[in-house]
Design a protein around this ligand. Structure first.
Ligand SMILES: [Zn+2]
Length: 179
């Protein structure tokens, strides 16, 4: 199905000049009408959904599958990767005033801050995989480390429960960040 935007773009090219001028002059009024129509349409939709529960359910299932596909593609884009990685850090308790610059720093770091090994970004667990090291107690960022240095980094106040300790992950994998 074509989106409204696409249809509008298509019709715009075939619109005569006088009509364009008229539309431009009555832009606000048209917008108000569209808004009112939209409210009516929403009410109609609600009614339809109540009358057709089976079809509604089927549409939802279909929509969710579509959304999953879209999400999969989005996750592979540079922006998607960034959004996912940063949210992963936040979930793990990393606190930082500027996650954009932190992400740039993370991306531009090629060697471990501790042992200077060249970092890898594999989806397979490797000792040289890049991880973000943060203080589990204060949440502050410390270094960009390889997985093996990160695993041996000191954990302050272990007795304090922090969100990262509640991760449902096996203890052998990185506790800071998974690719
Ligand atoms: Zn290292």
């Amino acid at each position: 199905m074509e989106s409204n935007k696409k249809i509008r773009r298509k019709t715009a090219s075939s619109t005569p000049e006088y009509q364009k001028i008229y539309r431009e002059a009555h832009k606000e009024r048209a917008r108000a009408r569209r808004k009112l129509k939209h409210v009516e349409y929403l009410a109609y939709q609600r009614k339809w959904r109540a009358a057709n529960p089976e079809k509604t359910k089927a549409y939802r299932v279909k929509g969710k599958a579509k959304q999953r596909l879209y999400q999969k593609d989005y996750n592979q884009t540079p922006k998607g990767k960034k959004v996912n990685r940063v949210s992963n850090w936040r979930v793990r308790g990393v606190l930082h005033p500027d996650f954009d610059s932190l992400y740039d720093l993370y991306m531009n770091t090629t060697h471990c801050d501790k042992c200077r090994v060249e970092l890898t970004e594999s989806t397979i667990p490797q000792s040289t995989n890049k991880t973000l090291d943060h203080d589990h107690y204060t949440g502050s960022f410390r270094n960009v480390l390889c997985h093996s240095c990160n695993a041996s980094a000191p954990r302050q106040k272990k007795e304090t429960i922090c969100p990262t300790d509640l991760d449902p992950e096996p203890p052998s994998s990185s506790s800071e960040e998974s690719p």
